[in-house]
Design a binder for this molecule. Structure first.
Ligand code: GLU
Length: 342
């Protein structure tokens, strides 16, 4: 079994394309087959510079590997023209035609239907798994394959991912591309899991951002504090404070807020801050979670006002658990903040 994923390099990877890629990877894995990556760049006017690298990077981010390639159609134009000459007829303008279809344009460029079939045959592709939008190309492609003396691969078309209006996901919507989801801070495991869940939809499916976000919460929940901090690109001691974040963008916001000292405001409980300063001074430069919890417990035991401490340290009434704030702030910084409010 050999399948291929054949994106056109017209931008970064669209979520619909990612669905096709994941479906092909799974098809190959379940049958001990191979996935070939092919770049469909027959039309130089539509090729966007940098797009191929972005697509490869997006696939790697999603954890979709390929076994062969990437092959570029632009490097096989000679082979495509040869095949066209076998089965087509040149017209007056210099194009090569096959029935009503154009195989090679007057300027010598092979067209998509021809290039795709020739490559599928040469690469030994047994199953073409792709979006329903390509269904109209199939009869012609089967005909071209047979004219070339080959049995066409088996074609499987899946439903498309559509927006709330039932139309193809808008290219402009951030959530419509793998890159956009990555920028929104969704972890790759969640995007991959969402696409795996969709599988090979028979009909069009509405993109369900809510479901994707629930999967993101699950994926972040499965990470250790250290991994979570690393994913957010922040210092490891901030890990426990990021626990409530629903995506990595939120995690980075929490981290940024913690790292910004609050506006100094005088506290209604200077005694709590003074006691905290004593306890914090006596402990090490960095607090482990257990040590931080012990500090909070001691303050509570002497009737300390934990709300006042939180306000002094973070400037906000709500936020990460207090012990996680203590783990996040280095000793000197915590003391500075307590003093500024005390
Ligand atoms: N390159 C085509 C596209 O990105 C896909 C071609 C195919 O799968 O046959 O729409």
């Amino acid at each position: 079994m050999r399948v291929r994923f054949a994106p056109s390099p017209t931008g970064s990877l669209h979520l619909g394309g990612a669905l096709t890629a994941v479906a092909n990877r799974r098809f190959a894995d379940e049958r001990d087959g191979a996935l070939v990556l092919r770049i469909d760049d027959t039309d130089p006017a539509r090729v966007e510079p940098g797009s191929e690298d972005e697509i490869l990077d997006d696939l790697a981010w999603l954890g979709v590997s390929w076994d062969e390639g990437p092959f570029r159609q632009s490097e096989r134009a000679e082979r495509h023209r040869e095949a066209a000459e076998e089965i087509g007829v040149p017209d007056d303008e210099g194009a090569v035609r096959f029935g009503r279809a154009t195989l090679v344009r007057p300027d010598g460029r092979p067209t998509y239907p021809l290039a795709s079939v020739v490559d599928d045959l040469d690469l030994g592709i047994t199953h073409v798994i792709r979006g329903q939008d390509l269904l109209p190309s199939t009869p012609l492609q089967e005909e071209i394959a047979r004219a070339l003396g080959a049995e066409p691969p088996e074609y499987v078309h899946h439903g498309l991912l559509v927006g709330d209006d039932g139309r193809k996901l808008s290219k402009r919507a951030r959530a419509a591309s793998v890159r956009g989801l990555r920028e929104l801070g969704l972890p790759p495991e969640a995007v991959r899991a969402y696409l795996e869940e969709l599988g090979l939809p028979r009909g069009d499916v509405h993109f369900d951002e809510g479901r994707l976000r629930r999967l993101a919460v699950e994926a972040l929940g499965a990470l250790s504090d250290g991994e979570l901090a690393a994913r957010a690109g922040v210092d490891v001691r901030l890990g426990p404070a990021l626990r409530g974040a629903r995506d990595l963008a939120e995690a980075r916001e929490i981290a940024a807020r913690l790292e910004t000292p609050p506006q100094p405001a005088s506290s209604h409980s200077p005694e709590t801050l003074a006691r905290f300063a004593e306890l914090r001074q006596a402990a090490g430069e960095e607090l482990a979670p257990d040590e931080a919890k012990a500090v909070v417990r001691e303050l509570k035991a002497v009737g300390g006002d934990l709300r006042a401490l939180r306000l002094a340290l973070t400037g906000a009434e709500r936020g990460p658990e207090l012990w996680a704030v203590l783990v996040a702030l280095p000793r000197d910084e915590a003391l500075r903040r307590a003093e500024a409010a005390g």
